[in-house]
Design a protein around this ligand. Structure first.
Ligand SMILES: Nc1nc2c(ncn2[C@@H]2O[C@H](COP(=O)(O)OP(=O)(O)OP(=O)(O)O)[C@@H](O)[C@H]2O)c(=O)[nH]1
Length: 183
């Protein structure tokens, strides 16, 4: 799982993830320009520490956005998503932006989770969904852009301003894997 906290560029985030020499979480900054506004995302990857639940709570408690990734070639990673969503409900900020991503979309020959299954789960929880590939880059930038747009929209919300729906945006922009395996 990855978490993100956004600041207007140049501002320090209010909270930082806990640092511990035992748990190597690498933080990265990514600046996304949304309609001329630079949104700085500070990104943390829980990187294999998911079994240390008490540690991961500390990371996502203050996150403004959470990217939940499963591997389309690994059923247990998909099955774990429900448990993550329950955890998030309990420990994350109430208005945290959540996005479900089915990664490794490039390896269609090993696919065990259908795209529709990801879509159904996402619909059940009311979160945007897309398949990604960290290898080819498919939909990766879009995931960060959608998060940045949503956070910017919330930060600068005005009653008479334009509305933004992250799920609609993702649906209109996402690419589908070009090759379809029939399951
Ligand atoms: N083909 C393909 N391989 C990927 C993709 N994303 C990650 N991998 C590979 O999958 C393996 C695991 O990737 P990680 O990024 O370490 O996955 P992780 O779930 O964060 O693993 P931990 O850090 O141990 O939790 C590596 O060999 C990556 O190269 C992808 O989109 N496509």
């Amino acid at each position: 799982m990855s978490g993100a906290a956004a600041t207007r560029d140049g501002e320090a985030p209010e909270h930082s993830p806990p640092s511990s020499p035992s748990y190597d979480v690498t933080g990265k900054n990514k600046v996304v320009t949304v309609d001329g506004v630079r949104v700085k995302l500070q990104i943390w990857d829980t990187a294999g520490q998911e079994r240390f639940r008490s540690v991961t709570h500390a990371y996502y408690r203050d996150a403004q956005a959470l990217l939940l990734l499963y591997d389309i070639t690994n059923k247990s990673s998909f099955d774990n998503i429900r448990a993550w969503l329950t955890e998030i409900h309990e420990y994350a900020q109430r208005d945290v932006v959540i996005m479900l991503l089915g990664n490794k979309a490039d390896v269609s020959s090993e696919r065990v989770i259908r795209s529709e299954d990801g879509e159904t789960l996402a619909r059940e929880y009311g979160v945007p969904f897309m398949e990604t590939s960290a290898k080819t880059g498919m939909n990766v930038e879009l995931a960060f852009l959608a998060i940045a747009k949503e956070l910017k929209y919330r930060a600068l919300w005005q009653p008479d301003g334009p509305s933004f729906q992250i799920r609609d945006f993702v649906e209109s922009q996402k690419k589908r894997p070009s090759c379809c395996s029939v399951l």
